[in-house]
Structures are given as structure tokens and as C-alpha cells.
Design a protein around this ligand. Structure first.
Ligand code: GDP
Ligand code: MN
Length: 418
């Protein structure tokens, strides 16, 4: 009796196994293929310049402003950033600088920063109604949840102000009265170093090349801060029948699970309703040069309002970087995104450092003056970069490669498996 029970099941014929599995395998391959990122026939996003330029101080400027949100206690770090951008850019181009705070500015902050900014700065307080919980959110529940998020160790998630900041930068900032008169902004943060000379006007180049969003560094988002963000974004995209362009596809890691089981994967974090996953790649938004008209479009504002009502700026810690990046991927054409790969940039422990362009440093330039810079290297594109392009490369990795795929014909060997 026992022998009969444990007798091995009759082997299924191979042709039967094949006929059952083949359609599923075929469907999975088709699904993966639908998410393959199309490569362009020619480079769609190259550096605007690959050598130093004689700064054209008399050229027409764009309607642009440098913006820094900060707190009074960040005086020294804010001053460091402004000193750096002065030295490397604004002493030639004289763009206005706007400081924003959710509290009154201390007289000391104004005094010190105004001096560093050579009187080009304005100091504003964000109106209370732009820096608070949306109507739909139960404030007490949100505060309790923020406390719990902090205890779980999600970066910044225990700070109420940080949640307001992310919501503000995601959807409110472009509508401030003080910013209405501007089209372009360059976002600055305290504690930033610009490590190369920026000898051309990036706003003028963005406009000339029809760009809407510029970045320096791309990296992974902290997954725990936004488990449901991608689902809501993708739901909205589907509701609005927005087709997937190459950039959206570059943000997605399609599931290998066969239909119809794939759908069950949608219960997992950062998945869309079909079970496909956001790879968490996004542009690091402490540096942004962008067209505010993009964020002022009806499509973006409706997307923001949709997200806002979901409460994830408080019950999770959705970052403005992730929101901007996924929105750009959804609503902009990949060729409208620009990587400022010629900029030397550092914030926290992350940096981008181009090597200096061979023969492109304009050593006799009257405006750039004399100075020291790192060695020039073949294929270097930097202008007088002080960071060492020999030992420090552009912030490497998966996300930069992914997000550049829709615009770049250069294929690193590992792009085949990414
Ligand atoms: P991280 O770069 O994401 O680690 O966060 P930061 O601490 O650098 O904050 C991002 C930006 O938001 C910086 O410009 C901060 O000055 C600003 N920020 C964050 N929280 C607050 C806040 O409560 N009030 C104000 N005024 N600014 C804030
Ligand atoms: Mn920061």
C-alpha cells in the first residue's frame, strides 16, 4: 500500500510540458520586450559645451532665478554654497538669488548672505498655507505617523518640516507669487560645492535646446520612504492614457513573473497595478535647473493634486526628487532632459567630477583669470575643475546609465544586463 502511495508520478511527455509552458514563456518575453528602452539613432543629449568658454557677460539673460530654501541655523552652509556659485558662475552672470524659509529670516542670515550674494539676493518667507498639511489629511493621525516613521529610521521621516518641504517642492513652489515672474530656476541647497567653472549661461542653453529639466546626479531612492508612490503615479498615468516613452520604461524593471500571476506582484512596494516595479532611480533634486512652466502645466498640477490627496507626503515620506523624476519621465520627452555632465557638483557625500578638457582651459582668458586646476585628460569635458578627474569619476552606476539610455547611443557593455 505504502509503496503504491510513494510511487513516482508518471512522467509527463516532454511535448506536453513544452506546450503548456511555451505560451507563458512567450508572454513573459513579449512583456520584457515591451519595456526595452529604445536607443536613439544619434545622441539626443550632449553637453552644451565641452571646453571653457569666454563668459559672455553682455549676452541676453533668460528670465531665471537661483533659489535656495534654507533655515536660519544653516547660515554657514548656505554661505558656502553661495560663495561657491559666486566664484564659479554668478560673478559673470549676475542672476538674482531668492532665499526661502518657512520662518522669519534672522537679521544675521540676511546680512551675511546679502554680502556674499553682492546684493543680488531677496529673502522671503513661504506663506503658511503653502507649508502645511492638505485639507484631506487628518493632522493628528499624520503627526503620529511621522513620529512612527522617525522611529523606523527612515531618513528625515521623523521631521514634520521635512514632509512639508517635500510637498512644497513637489507642488507648491512654482505657484509662489514671488516666483510667478520667472520661467527658469536653479535649485541650490546649503552645503554644496561647485567644483568646475561654469562659463556659459545654462538657462540660455536650456532654452536654446528646448530642455525642461536638468540634473547632475541620478541615484536610487530610499524605498522605505515611498512604498506606494509609484503605484499612484502609474495609476494616474493609466487613467490619463499617457503612453510610456523611453524614459518611463527606463524607470521600470518589468516583472519576470508570468501572466496572470504577475498581477499579484502589485501588492509589493513600488509596483504598478500590473506587478511591474519602479527601479527606484531618480534625479537628485538638490540640484535642478528647470523650466517652471513644465511644473505649472495642467497635467503636472493635476498629477500633484492627485498625489496630494493620497496623503503620501505625510503617511509616507515621498520626496520631491522622486515625484519630479517620475513626473518628468511620464510627461516630458526624453530629449527635453539634460544631464549637466560637465558640471562639478558635490552635496553630502555624493559628487560628480568631470575631468578637464584637453586644450580647453583658456589659460589666457582675461575674465577667467589665472588659477590652478586638475590635469587635463583625453575625453575630459570639464572647465577648470578643481576636483580630481583622475581619481574621481562621474557618480557611477546603474541609475545614471538607465536614465541616459533613451537619449544615448553609447552602450556600456553592462547595459545589456541592466
Ligand atoms: P537632504 O538633502 O534630503 O538630506 O535634506 P536637507 O536637510 O538638505 O533638506 C533639503 C532642503 O530643504 C534644504 O534646502 C533644507 O534647507 C530644506 N529644509 C528641510 N527641512 C526644512 C524646514 O523645516 N524648513 C526650511 N525652511 N527648510 C527646510
Ligand atoms: Mn540636502
Amino acid at each position: 500500500m505504502l509503496r503504491r502511495l510513494i510511487r513516482p508520478a508518471r512522467r509527463l511527455p516532454i511535448w506536453l510540458i513544452f506546450s503548456i509552458t511555451a505560451p507563458f514563456v512567450f508572454e513573459v518575453l513579449l512583456h520584457l520586450w515591451r519595456y526595452s528602452v529604445p536607443r536613439p539613432a544619434s545622441e539626443l543629449d550632449s553637453p552644451f559645451f565641452t571646453t571653457c568658454q569666454e563668459p559672455d557677460v553682455n549676452a541676453k539673460r533668460e528670465n531665471a532665478v537661483l533659489v535656495m530654501l534654507a533655515r536660519n541655523h544653516e547660515l554657514e552652509k548656505a554661505n558656502k554654497t553661495i560663495t561657491s556659485i559666486e566664484q564659479h558662475f554668478n560673478k559673470w552672470f549676475n542672476y538674482p538669488i531668492l532665499f526661502l524659509n518657512d520662518e522669519q529670516w534672522s537679521p544675521r542670515f540676511i546680512e551675511v548672505l546679502n554680502k556674499t550674494a553682492r546684493g543680488l539676493a531677496t529673502f522671503e518667507v513661504v506663506p503658511q498655507e503653502q507649508w502645511t498639511f492638505p485639507e484631506e489629511v487628518d493632522v493628528n493621525a499624520a503627526k503620529q505617523n511621522i513620529k512612527e516613521q522617525g522611529e523606523k529610521g527612515i531618513p528625515h521621516a521623523g521631521e514634520e518640516g521635512y514632509h512639508h518641504m517635500c510637498r512644497f517642492y513637489s507642488g507648491k513652489f512654482y505657484k509662489l507669487d514671488i516666483l510667478k515672474k520667472y520661467k527658469w530656476y536653479w535649485r541650490l541647497e546649503p552645503d554644496v560645492d561647485f567644483t568646475c567653472a561654469i562659463t556659459y549661461d545654462p538657462f540660455v542653453q536650456m532654452a536654446r535646446h528646448k530642455k525642461v529639466y536638468g540634473f547632475t546626479i541620478a541615484l536610487w531612492e530610499v524605498g522605505k520612504s515611498c512604498p506606494s508612490l509609484f503605484r499612484h503615479m502609474a495609476d494616474w498615468k493609466e487613467m490619463m492614457r499617457i503612453p510610456s516613452n523611453g524614459l518611463w520604461k527606463a524607470m521600470v524593471s518589468p516583472s519576470w513573473v508570468p501572466f496572470p500571476l504577475r498581477k499579484f506582484m502589485s501588492w509589493l512596494p513600488y509596483r504598478d497595478a500590473h506587478g511591474d516595479e519602479w527601479n527606484l532611480c531618480h534625479y537628485w533634486s538638490n540640484f535642478e535647473i528647470a523650466d517652471m512652466d513644465f511644473f505649472r502645466t495642467r497635467a503636472y498640477q493635476e498629477l500633484f493634486d492627485y498625489l496630494d490627496k493620497k496623503g503620501g507626503f505625510y503617511f509616507e515620506r515621498w520626496g520631491d526628487a522622486a515625484v519630479h523624476s517620475l513626473a518628468v519621465a511620464m510627461l516630458a520627452d526624453p530629449r527635453q532632459v539634460h544631464h549637466f555632465e560637465d558640471f562639478g557638483y558635490r552635496h553630502d557625500h555624493l559628487y560628480q567630477c568631470p575631468a578637464n578638457a584637453p586644450g580647453g582651459q583658456l589659460p589666457d582668458s582675461p575674465l577667467l583669470g589665472s588659477g590652478n586646476w586638475s590635469p587635463e585628460m583625453d575625453n575630459g569635458i570639464g572647465c577648470r575643475c578643481e576636483c580630481d578627474g583622475r581619481t574621481t569619476s562621474n557618480h557611477p552606476g546603474f541609475c545614471l546609465n538607465r536614465l541616459k539610455q533613451p537619449t544615448s547611443i553609447k552602450r556600456p557593455w553592462y547595459s545589456l544586463i541592466l
